[in-house]
Design a protein around this ligand. Structure first.
Ligand code: CP
Length: 309
């Protein structure tokens, strides 16, 4: 049977996403139930770009399930440095592992890999395009905090142009009724037109603004902060000009709604001041923990495994 892959959060229906989050919530409550689901299975982490959370939470997820992990953490330490294509690499990895998570700086590279793979391939972030497992993490975090998605007012702030986590999250949330977006970015880092047009076609209310202040935070349920990504800029001057455009600090938090939670895919640089970390509305470290539960649920789903009844 052809393996199922995950390239975009839209690859799962809303019902499938809900079921995945239900499993993740059960894993959080009953981790011991899942400790041997992947006994004898191997996960390959193929990371052509740096990562802390995604790679290590995938590895922790597979280890928590009783499986094993292998892989590489940079293109330089793989045969990509000798010119090997992702198509050839995944053909070979299909002989060594049961499932693979791939991060690559080129948009579409995990999709190319999936076309040549005998095992499930998970897109662990491709260039400025998509980051579906971050989105699963974000959805689980939001559902845990708010209990639902319908009618939520979501603010997204920072690098909305290259921010693959933002593109994936908007795609996923667009399927829930009553969602609206407030998009806060410098002019140069506005949301790409293909994302804006897709949201407009669905009739989703969107407001775009440059300011992160009381007027744009008013009424928000979630504020999703993102980093200005040095690695996506062609010239250093532009990066330096924009890197500290937004700094969310405790003074700004005093102007925010009392029930507006702060999420961030991390890593952060300066866009959230450390004095916000102890605010009960700061949920970005809890979010990183949810990433392990949802990746455990995803690995089981793609391998067609479940705990014994
Ligand atoms: N959120 C995220 O993708 O973090 P890493 O780059 O550390 O994997």
């Amino acid at each position: 049977m052809a393996p199922r892959h995950l390239m975009s959060p839209l690859d799962f229906s809303v019902d499938e996403l809900e079921a995945l989050m239900d499993v993740a919530a059960d894993i959080e409550k009953n981790p011991e139930k899942y400790a041997h689901v992947c006994d004898g299975k191997k996960l390959a982490t193929l990371f052509y770009e740096p990562s802390t959370r995604t790679r290590l939470s995938f590895e922790a997820a597979m280890l928590n399930l009783g499986g094993k992990v292998l892989g590489f953490s940079s293109a330089d330490s793989s045969s990509a440095a000798k010119g090997e294509s992702v198509a050839d690499t995944i053909r070979v990895i299909s002989c060594y592992a049961d499932i693979a998570a791939m991060r690559h700086p080129k948009e579409g590279a995990p999709l190319v890999a999936s076309l040549h793979s005998r095992i499930p391939v998970i897109n662990a972030g491709d260039g400025g395009h998509q980051h579906p497992t971050q989105t699963l993490t974000d959805l689980l975090t939001i559902r845990s905090l708010k209990g639902h998605f319908d009618g939520l007012k979501i603010g997204l702030c920072g690098d909305l142009k290259f921010g693959r986590t933002v593109h994936s999250l908007m795609n996923a949330l667009s399927r829930y009724p009553g969602i609206s977006f407030t998009l806060i970015s410098p002019e140069e880092l506005r949301i790409p037109s293909y994302v804006r047009d897709a949201m407009k076609a669905l009739g989703i209310p969107m407001r775009e603004d440059v300011r992160l202040d009381e007027s744009t935070m008013k009424d928000l349920d979630i504020l999703y902060m993102t980093r200005v990504q040095r690695e996506r800029f062609f010239n250093e001057e532009d990066y330096i000009r924009m890197k500290d455009f937004y700094i969310l600090d405790s003074e700004k938090m005093r102007l925010a709604p009392k029930d507006m939670y702060i999420l961030h895919p991390l890593p952060r640089v300066n866009e959230i001041s450390v004095d916000v970390d102890n605010d009960p509305r700061a949920k970005y470290f809890a979010q990183a923990q949810y990433g392990v539960y949802i990746r455990m649920a995803l690995i089981m789903n793609l391998l067609g495994l479940a705990p014994e009844a």
